[in-house]
Design a protein around this ligand. Sequence first.
Ligand SMILES: Nc1ncnc2c1ncn2[C@@H]1O[C@H](COP(=O)(O)OP(=O)(O)OP(=O)(O)O)[C@@H](O)[C@H]1O
Ligand SMILES: [Mg+2]
Length: 398
Amino acid sequence: MAEKLRTLIVEIDPDTVRQVDILGRQTGAVDIRWRVPSVAEGADVVRKFHPDMAIVGVNGDPARVIGPLAKEFPRLYILALSAACDGDYVLQAMRAGAHDLISKPVREVDLRIAAEKAQRNRVRKDPGERRGKIVSVFSNKGGNGATTIASNLADALSCRHGKKVIVVDLVLAHGDVTMFFNVSPPHTILDLAKNADKSDPEFLHSLLARHSSGVYILADLPRIEDAENITAGQVREMLLALRSMFDVVIVDTPHQFDERTLTALEMSDTILLVTLLNLPALKNTQKSIELFCRLGFLDERVKLVLSRYLPNDEIPKESIEGIMNCPVFFAVPNDYPTVLSSINRGKLLSEIAPDKEVTLAFRKMAELLAGPATVTAAPPPKKRGFLEKVLRPERSVS
Ligand SMILES: Nc1ncnc2c1ncn2[C@@H]1O[C@H](COP(=O)(O)OP(=O)(O)OP(=O)(O)O)[C@@H](O)[C@H]1O
Ligand SMILES: [Mg+2]
């Protein structure tokens, strides 16, 4: 029998919620897990828990209620619930983004048929388990810019592509991802390692921090010595669990090839191999490429990324592709003052310098990995001139 649909209901009337809950149980196919009265709260639930279906009560114009959910979550299966169900209204609801509509008061047979349709849609969309992409950011020398890339790429994928993204700090003893995002989560990777087999996404989510960009963070260990307690097997379990909960799992990896790092690299859909255009860095990168080759990793999954790139560098970018036997996938421009200020302030590049070349580069990198952006950036606030400020002071909202 197919797994029950983990369902969110957005409905203001408690009696309707209760009725749908009971009928859902009777069908054996619908598990109402989240009940909220507003679309804004519904959107929060979807961002956090990725339900299989949202039953959305509609009163009035469907575009107003369904539109925002359908736009932000194109993968979400939306079942509209409405007292009105004439042909015109159904058409409006479908145009707003609903997949199906059932009328109030709900009948068991209608909910059952709707659930079967949602189930078929799930199977078509996602044969087997839900599977996000794992992107590891690796460099076998410190200070090349791996964490800068992991954090800002995650931000671009979340904000510009609407992806549900997590950054995993696998630099267990000396990680700094939490500093880049300026978060201090109460739980760490040790908690997840111990619990990854309890594959209840709600519980696993409670171990993660969420940054205002929407990016989730799995923090490094508070104590250096705890690193010994995390095994390669646990890394595997964690990544499997996270892959089923997120669209993109970005792993900031340590610079050493231990078994845990190799497990993450082996499970990755993409390995961003970060290097600099200087001889020591290139020599070390060459060694990594040779190892990837021996391990059978060296295919289109491995993408060479030049960090802190200056176009007039002594070593031309083009010359290294032949030497390395690996094309340059991307070059992140060098902008030391901006990147350092972003790190020291615990702010992402998009927060402190949205228009700088280095920030735009991460948007570009996200597009190369995920296709065109789906979320347009909000226009920058209009600057108010001196006269306007004096003559038309902004009204404060009380
Ligand atoms: N695009 C860039 N332009 C200029 N400087 C950069 C850039 N990216 C990173 N840096 C600088 O390089 C330094 C190291 O960056 P980062 O911490 O991201 O590297 P890392 O490879 O994760 O290092 P670690 O070995 O400490 O984990 C930082 O001081 C940062 O300011
Ligand atoms: Mg780092």
